[in-house]
Design a protein around this ligand. Structure first.
Ligand code: PAJ
Length: 279
């Protein structure tokens, strides 16, 4: 496995890879969720590139950029075990040199949900992913359903900008109690960690009601909220029942495939989770 930092090192290393090339973009501090993307990519592609970059432009003021967990030596060990061929760890100053002023923005899809609470977050994501795509030129790129809106936004961007890249969205990997794996779970203390299982419980409460025939999105949202506020450590920021592609809130009858999603503070840590409703 080769590790590179600069754009010129990457260009040389990329030119030696056999096609098709798969890309797994990450911010590091890897867990089984990230590794599941690498495994899927390993099966489907001849060569595999992973990137580790804590992208400063997708963090808002007061968010956790400075405390975001990092452990590059451990990440490299894990990626090597998954058979990754090339790891690119760019520097922020190379990615965003002095005078940087060109941005990629997806308009409507970034307005609701995470976009409404984290202004400029998706502008940072789409800009950096564009730069990662341009530099690594993959045939396929792998993202997690864990960040459902991010996946929808990137799909839209790839289609709108005519990238010839297949976006593969992989299922959310969870801890045994249902908590979606996330680098940010390390912020939770013991009590908060126990409390954090409430997100998945809330999603399942709504899924169970749906299975029993409940089709009213307001009732599904209320059920999720009720479960969340039964946990003293949890402060829900939003719960949503929306169309999985347009992300528009459902008002009438809910159908199969609807996206249930939420952002919840557990103590000081903001967690997100989602499921797609299924019959
Ligand atoms: P990061 O949070 O490191 O996540 C990298 C990829 O792993 C994303 O596609 C994310 O959806 C996926 N992922 C995270 N937790 C997962 C889980 N429990 N199960 C399955 N997949 C999971 O998302 C980002 O980084 C950044 O926004 C990035 C796309 C790298 C752009 O900076």
């Amino acid at each position: 496995m080769k590790t590179v930092k600069t754009f010129s090192e990457l260009r040389v290393a990329r030119s030696k890879l056999a096609e098709p090339v798969g890309l797994v973009p990450t911010m590091g501090y890897l867990h089984e969720g990230h590794l599941s993307l690498a495994r899927r990519a390993r099966q489907e592609c001849t060569s595999l590139i992973a990137t580790i970059f804590i992208n400063p432009t997708q963090f808002g003021p007061g968010e956790d950029l400075s405390t975001y967990p990092r452990d590059i030596p451990r990440d490299l060990e894990l990626l090597e075990k998954e058979g990754v061929d090339l790891v690119w760890i760019p520097n922020a100053i190379d990615m965003y040199p002095l005078g940087f002023q060109s941005w990629v923005r997806v308009s409507e899809l970034t307005q609701p949900l995470e976009g409404a609470r984290r202004p400029e977050h998706f502008r940072g994501v789409t800009t950096v992913v564009t730069k990662l795509f341009n530099a690594t030129m993959p045939q396929k790129a792998y993202f997690g359903q864990k960040d459902a809106q991010q996946a929808a936004v990137i799909r839209r961007m790839v289609s709108d900008l005519n990238y010839h890249i297949q976006i593969v969205v992989c299922p959310t990997v969870r801890e045994p109690d249902g908590l979606a794996m996330s680098s940010r779970n390390t912020y939770l203390d013991k009590d908060e960690r126990r409390a954090a299982a409430v997100l998945y419980r809330a999603l399942n409460t709504a899924q169970d009601a749906y299975l029993k025939g409940e089709r009213d999105p307001n009732i599904l949202r209320s059920l999720m909220n009720a479960e969340l506020i039964s946990e003293p450590f949890a402060r829900p920021q939003y719960v949503s029942c929306a169309h999985p592609d347009t992300l528009m809130e459902h008002f009438g009858r809910v159908e199969d495939g609807a996206l249930l999603s939420m952002a919840v503070y557990i103590g000081g840590t903001r967690l997100i989770d989602n499921i797609l409703l299924e019959e």
